[in-house]
Structures are given as structure tokens and as C-alpha cells.
Design a protein around this ligand. Structure first.
Ligand code: GLN
Length: 308
């Protein structure tokens, strides 16, 4: 069929792009097989197409932030979430120690400071680490349509070198943004980052965002429409961190990247997209992933500012 052939073509065009390097600060990610590459599309009608290493698993990393933000809104309410986390692009690195000047909130839920805060708003601010991580694991599994699991090796490895995220946790506690134990908040956040997925899972998950929160396969409303709008908005302005402006002008659909090398994109009413290739650039975005998304956007006319 023409779509898988086209996806193979997308992989081969991006493959010579050899820039970047696997994330070095998490030992297990540094050892990743950087030759692996995959792409998947999940249409809102339920059809899923993929090519390349589409069954290879990797940790979801920061892509979880988008869905955990939706869960925080569902569990704590949008108003409470907005009191704690802003929606402005930071223009800084994803792990910057920063708070919004006048409000003392993390700038947005896509950088680590905001994501650690959002993690604490899942279930309830007094819930245990276990309750939150279980809630997140099961919700992501339902979105993917199969039972996902935590990669304990990735979790342990990231925890060993989590000084910067621990510092962010203590900064949040000192500023009164979170009230729980900062180390527990960061451990829970790192566990949510360590959930293993493949590109088909991610495309399925983002197709729920593309479909207004309704799962294309089951018809179940997984995420309220109002939350989907909120999530896609912050993905558009903040999902690719300090590359957000380049991304919106070149690719033009809401997206989120993770340091394991995956990117998801969601074009409302059309398609959920996922790419995977471990080598990332200095902003933390997969080099070949960005190239593949640029090409998909061009070839399929996916830029949200274009009239189709
Ligand atoms: N677990 C990673 C971290 O907190 C996630 C970062 C990312 O994927 N950009 O550093």
C-alpha cells in the first residue's frame, strides 16, 4: 500500500542526517543503538501505519509531560493547575532552574520545573508516589491500547544522576509551588519518564489528542475536549523547548519531544504522528526526528497555518 512505502521513503531520506548524539546524562540512554529509526502515523479513523524499527521500545521521557498535564487538569482542575504552572514559552533549556518573575510559577508544564509540579497535581497533592505513578502508567497504557511498563534500568540510571532535577524540586518547594517532599516528587516524575513505548504506541496516544480526546479505536472519550485544547496549545508554544519558534514555522503542528529520541505530533482532526531516532541536538530534540517531521509536514500539507 502507498502509505507504508511513503513512510519507508521518509526514513531513508532522513537517515543520512547523522548529527547530534544520544543523551549523555542518563547512562542507559547514552548506550542506545543510534542506528534505530522509526515513524508511525495513527489516523483519527483508527488506521495505523508505521515503518522502520516500529516495535523497538525506548523510554517515553518528556513526551509523558503532555499527557500528565492533562491528568493534572482532570484530577486537580484547570484553575488549580494554572495557579501553579504558567503557559508561557520559556526560551530556556528544558531543565533550567527558573520561575516566572511575578507569579513564582514554573513557566510552563513542558519544561522540567512545570512537569515536576504537574506530576504532584496528579491524583491529589497528598497522594503517594505509588498512587501517582500507577495512575499515570495505567492512563498511558489505555491511551496506547496495551499494557506499558516502567524500564527499571532507565529509572535507576536517571535517579543516580538526578542532581539537577532534585535541585528543581527543592527550588519548587522553597518557592511554595509544591508542598510534598521534593525528592519524592522528582522520583515520581523520573518514573513517569521511564515508561517504555514504541512509535506505534506514541502515534496512537497522540491520535487521541488529534481526535479531540476520543480514542479512535474504542470511541471512548479519554481526555475532555477542553483539556485537549489546553495541552495542544502548550505543546505548540513550548513542546519543543527553545526550538519552539523554529518548529512552529517549519513544521507547524503541536509536538512534544523526549531525550530518548522520540517526537510526537498531533494535527487536530487528522493524525497523530510519532518518530524515533536516538541522536538529539543541543536543545534535546531528535535530529532525524525533526527532519522526518519537516518532511511529513511538507509532503502531506500538515502545517496548521496552511489552507488545505
Ligand atoms: N527525564 C528527562 C529529564 O528530566 C526528561 C527530559 C526530556 O525528555 N527532555 O531530564
Amino acid at each position: 500500500s502507498p502509505i507504508p512505502d511513503y513512510l519507508h521513503h521518509v526514513l531513508e531520506v532522513a537517515r543520512p542526517n547523522d548529527g547530534g548524539a544520544a543523551a549523555a546524562y542518563i547512562e542507559t540512554l547514552a548506550k542506545a543503538d543510534t542506528s534505530k529509526m522509526a515513524v508511525a502515523l495513527a489516523m483519527v479513523d483508527g488506521n495505523v501505519y508505521s515503518a522502520g524499527d516500529d516495535r523497538v521500545e525506548f523510554s517515553i521521557q518528556s513526551i509523558a509531560k503532555a499527557f500528565v498535564y492533562a491528568m493534572a487538569i482532570e484530577d486537580s482542575g484547570l484553575e488549580a493547575v494554572l495557579k501553579k504552572i504558567g503557559v508561557e514559552p520559556s526560551g530556556d533549556k528544558f531543565n533550567q532552574l527558573s520561575l516566572e518573575r511575578n507569579t513564582n510559577r514554573p513557566m510552563n508544564p513542558m519544561i522540567n520545573a512545570g512537569a515536576i509540579t504537574a506530576h504532584t497535581l496528579v491524583v491529589s497533592p497528598t497522594a503517594t508516589l505509588h498512587q501517582r505513578t500507577e495512575r499515570i502508567l495505567q492512563a498511558l497504557s489505555r491511551l496506547a491500547g496495551r499494557q506499558l511498563r516502567v524500564d527499571e534500568e532507565v529509572y535507576e540510571a536517571e535517579l543516580r544522576t538526578a542532581d539537577r532535577n532534585m535541585a528543581i524540586g527543592y527550588m519548587l518547594k522553597a518557592a511554595g509551588v509544591i508542598s510534598c517532599d521534593p525528592q519524592e516528587a522528582v522520583r515520581g516524575y523520573i518514573r513517569q519518564c521511564s515508561i517504555n513505548v514504541n512509535v506505534q504506541d506514541l502515534a496512537m496516544m497522540s491520535s487521541v489528542l488529534a481526535n479531540g480526546g476520543m480514542h479512535p479505536l474504542t470511541g471512548e472519550q479519554m481526555i475532555p475536549q477542553t483539556s485537549v485544547r489546553q495541552v495542544l496549545s502548550v505543546m505548540t508554544t513550548c513542546g519543543m523547548y527553545d526550538a519552539a519558534g523554529d518548529w512552529v514555522s517549519n513544521v507547524g503542528f503541536p509536538a512534544k519531544s523526549g531525550v530518548a529520541g522520540a517526537i510526537i505530533g498531533a494535527l487536530p482532526g487528522q493524525v497523530g504522528i510519532a518518530t524515533f531516532s536516538p541522536k538529539i541536538d543541543e536543545r534535546g530534540n531528535s535530529v532525524r526526528g525533526v527532519a522526518m517531521c519537516e518532511q511529513l509536514s511538507r509532503d502531506m500539507g500538515l502545517h496548521m497555518m496552511d489552507v488545505s
